[in-house]
Write a protein that binds this ligand. Structure first.
Ligand code: F6P
Length: 518
């Protein structure tokens, strides 16, 4: 059933290609029909190359993949992370889904976080927080630390150390006073090389304050204790929270301390709104479902290999980096849950903030081959206190999606260049193909509530696409091999016996070993 629905969708796309300007000409209400509103977010899908037939084929595919059933399993706490035999309950961290035991555990965790954050904020001992973690233990808190700045200043300075490059922890600690710095080591597994090395470096730097000024957040309590953190200084979370879905858990503790529990609660509430919408709304009114299915169309029917995400908002400029982990670590798989080939799955996710990108890679988006679908993310409210700048920012955002769609034909360019002796060489180069798809997500504001909804929107989009592709979106076996080989090579670089490698890797190791010996 799924294969047939998939083929039907692809056959439909292989027929006569949809031209966006024709679709708008044919239907004056297209923009209105293809715009959804939810949780402070307006999602305009009308500049995507879909029509009613395409959407019907996509809804049919979703049904054939039992999307409703999978969605029920997600919220009920079924063990849908099959390769690790775990439930996937990040919505429960926002109060949606999970059984009574899960609800009670989340409630207790939230109360403990709140009490701790209030205490640190009120007693005045600490002036700065250094959050040590990487991947899912870093990208969410780092993105949201910037986003919350639109709503409130930080009560304590918040810095991050993630990379195993020593410059990362050096920069994070630079100029701080060990006496007034709280180091939070965040690692779900407490086995991550970068985090353990940076945690060690921070503890050395803390010196006599090492015991009092260092706490941990982990699902591996024993590992955190073995690292030297006292049990009362460990904030637990659970194996049913995936690292890239964990900002809502105690992983967000540094945010709570820096900005206060109230903002964090609003962030959770925004995500909860999106959870309920995703759980209850019909597919054709369901923002994450629509977003995901249109992404499937772009990837599997139109053949786009990548997806750009361009936030026209400095405070969420790290969104694309966050989504790279969320989507590519979740769905960057080539085998399905049953071990068979999954076919073509997650595109490359990339991007940078607008308008900066316009002066870098937008040339490629407009005229490069084959281009990429774009998510434009803009904010209606001005948070900068500079309304002229904000108008210009929005004008640029809207102009780019319009330009990508309408393009500029060679005939128009030729008419403009009439009489120019170089017209034959230049006119084709100055023409824009147009018909390039985009979605615009217009946020009412950058409140924690809206930002929470936005992140949950992308989480559920990722879930839906994983269901359609038939992959387990909640494991990441593909990161293991490199970690194992790095361990072997590290021991060689530290003077251990040489191991067998290909000649390229062996030569690189030799050069580095010689350099260390200099
Ligand atoms: O290497 C990938 C990964 O396992 C991610 O999935 C995870 O978010 C990150 O490393 C950090 O892991 P941890 O929180 O266990 O230190």
């Amino acid at each position: 059933m799924r294969d047939t629905a998939f083929k039907d969708m692809q056959d439909l796309a292989a027929g006569s290609p949809l031209v966006l300007s024709d679709l708008f000409d044919k239907d004056a209400s297209r923009a209105q029909k293809l715009t959804l509103e939810q949780g402070g977010i307006i999602a305009d899908f009308s500049k995507q190359r879909v029509d009613d037939a395409a959407l019907d084929a996509l809804f049919n595919l979703a049904k054939a993949c039992d999307l409703s059933g999978w969605r029920d399993k997600l919220f009920s706490g079924a063990k849908i992370n099959t390769s690790e035999d775990r439930a996937v309950l990040h919505p429960a961290l926002r109060g949606v889904g999970g059984d009574d035991a899960v609800k009670a555990a989340v409630k207790a965790m939230r109360a403990r976080m709140r009490d701790y954050a209030d205490k640190i904020r009120s007693d005045g001992t600490f002036k700065a927080i250094v959050h040590v973690g990487i991947g899912g233990s870093d990208l969410g808190p780092r993105l949201i630390a910037d986003a919350f700045l639109a709503a409130a200043p930080q009560a304590l300075e918040l810095r991050f150390a993630e990379n195993v490059d020593g410059a990362s922890v050096n920069d994070a600690l630079d100029g701080l006073d060990p006496k007034t710095t709280l180091v939070i080591v965040v690692s779900k597994s407490f086995g991550t090389q970068e985090t353990k090395m940076n945690g060690d470096a921070a503890r050395d730097w803390l010196g006599e304050y090492g015991a009092s000024n260092m706490i941990a957040v982990s699902a591996n309590n024993e590992g955190a204790q073995a690292f030297g953190i006292a049990p009362e200084n460990i904030f637990d979370f659970w194996d049913w929270v995936g690292g890239r879905y964990s900002v809502w858990s105690a992983v967000g503790l540094s945010l709570q301390i820096a900005y206060g529990p109230k903002l964090f609660d609003e962030f959770l509430a925004g995500a909860a709104d999106m959870d309920v919408h995703f759980r209850d709304a019909d597919f054709n009114q369901n923002m994450p479902v629509m977003m995901a299915l249109i992404g499937i169309w772009n990837r599997n029917a139109l053949g786009y290999g990548n997806q750009a995400v361009i936030p026209y908002a400095r405070r969420i400029r790290k969104l694309s980096a966050f989504l790279q982990q969320l989507e590519m670590e979740s769905n960057g798989k080539s085998k399905g849950r049953d071990g068979t080939d999954a076919g073509v799955t997650c595109p490359v996710i990339w991007g940078d903030e607008g308008t900066n990108g316009q002066h870098a890679f937008f040339q490629w988006l407009h005229q490069g081959t084959p281009g990429a679908p774009v998510d434009f993310v803009a904010v209606l409210k001005d948070h900068s206190g500079r309304p002229d700048h904000h108008r210009a920012l929005l004008a640029n955002c809207f102009a780019q999606s319009e330009a990508l769609m309408v393009g500029k034909t060679e005939a128009v360019v030729r008419a403009e260049m009439k009489g120019d002796p170089d017209i034959d060489a230049l006119a084709p180069q100055k023409a824009f193909p147009g018909n390039r798809p985009s979605t615009t997500l217009l946020l009412n504001d950058l409140s924690p509530h809206t930002v929470g909804s936005l992140i949950a929107l992308y989480e559920h989009k990722t879930f839906v696409q994983g269901v359609i592709w038939g992959v387990n979106s909640f494991d990441q076996w593909g990161v293991q091999l490199g970690k194992v080989l790095a361990g072997t090579i590290l021991s060689e670089l530290a003077g251990g016996p040489a191991q067998t490698h290909d000649s390229s890797t062996a030569a690189l190791i030799k050069r580095a070993t010689q350099k260390f010996a200099d």
